[in-house]
Design a protein. Structure first.
Length: 217
């Protein structure tokens, strides 16, 4: 499993030591040994041209330079990742607004929908953690915030858990597109995973940091 660096309230997973990368000796010792062996074992009646040795030397030098460049880029990438993590450390504990599920525990959930400008009607669809639709309600085209009470038609609360919110856009009665509505949710952890910065929210939902549209205390 790929080691993951984390910042947050959860225990930090220590990065495992990776196996050392192949290294080409900078003093050309390996190349000289190969060259000496070739000279000792070449056919006296068909000797290797000096130009061939020059090509081998140039090839060896090119490979060595490429290895050094790759090592330099790897080091720079790691430094940039650590700088990003240091900046994101201040996000932990704050509330981020992004298109993601939100936890419901009996209190209303503030939802920020985005309606397509070409839509002449819209609905907000609420799904539970299993993906089943629990409610579908009409939405005003200019509505910037929708408060979901979490009650069914009989006035009973839905079970506590994660709920997703989708906006269905209609034009002339036809569904033209669906987008995920944004909600505020508390950040518990920030981590690097395969070069991407992932935020783990309270309740277990995970999002890419690039999806965050707003932050608040």
């Amino acid at each position: 499993m790929t080691p993951i660096d984390t910042i947050g309230t959860r225990p930090t997973v220590q990065a495992a030591q990776s196996a050392p990368a192949p290294v080409i000796n900078s003093d050309f010792e390996t190349f000289l040994k190969m060259l000496t062996t070739q000279l000792k074992n070449q056919d006296p009646l068909n000797p290797i041209e000096s130009s061939d040795f020059a090509v081998q030397l140039a090839t060896f030098s090119s490979v060595e330079q490429q290895v050094m460049t790759n090592d330099l880029l790897t080091g720079l990438s790691g430094q940039m990742g650590q700088m990003g993590m240091a900046q994101l450390a201040t996000w932990v504990g704050m509330e981020a607004r992004a298109p993601m599920p939100a936890p419901f525990d009996g209190f209303p959930v503030s939802v920020y929908p985005t309606v397509s400008p070409t839509a002449d009607a819209a609905r907000i669809v609420i799904r539970n953690a299993q993906g089943s639709v629990v409610e579908s309600l009409p939405l005003s085209l200019d509505q910037q915030m929708f408060e979901w009470t979490g009650r069914d038609a009989a006035g009973q609360f839905f079970p506590s858990g994660l709920y997703g919110f989708e906006v269905e856009n209609y034009n002339n009665g036809d569904l033209t597109g669906t987008t995920t509505a944004e909600v505020y949710h508390r950040i518990e952890e920030a981590r690097l995973d395969a070069g991407r910065t992932i935020l783990v929210m309270e309740g277990g939902a995970s999002i890419d940091a690039a999806q965050v549209k707003a932050l608040r205390n």
